[in-house]
Write a protein that binds this ligand. Sequence first.
Ligand code: GLN
Length: 196
Amino acid sequence: MKIGVLALQGDFEEHIGMLTQLGIQAEEVRLANQLDLLDGLIIPGGESTTIGKLAVDFGLLKPIQDFGQDHPIWGTCAGAILLSKETHRSQPLLGLMDITVERNAFGRQLDSFEADLEMGPPLDTSESSDPYHAIFIRAPIIESVQKDARALLTLPDGRIIAAQQRHLLATSFHPELTNDDRFHRYFVTLIEKPKA
Ligand code: GLN
């Protein structure tokens, strides 16, 4: 199995490090033809407008949209924004997931924060799962999920911070900045799943 990490801007190196620790072959992706040899793709955190513009300049937007039709893609933070259909702003998007996202939803007061969250199935199937320590940095909220997109993890107040639509995954926080590899392992299960 080989997973690519879009390496135009943002914290792609941390994702590569996490995948490597899991014993998975990982590759920085900057060219469309690299997608041909990948089983899945991660779009990292960073600045979604910058990543989007660079993806357009590098001729990657359409190839990633095509790749996402039948391959797992996971977007963290800015990556989740890029996967969404709607952000209430004008910016290049992949529009692969039927989710509406509000950028920088926590405002200036709460630029960054961390939260311990309950994590049950399907993310953690062990009998007593430890709380998940989520790191938010100028994070978006997944305002709503539509069609067959569904909420996967919420804050205690009900706001959605992770969503899944078949083989597509969006998290508004940064699992790659922790030592907790449960989200990376969950993404791997999406790749291993036989295609419907
Ligand atoms: N605020 C950024 C954006 O709107 C995302 C921040 C992040 O990826 N940590 O693109």
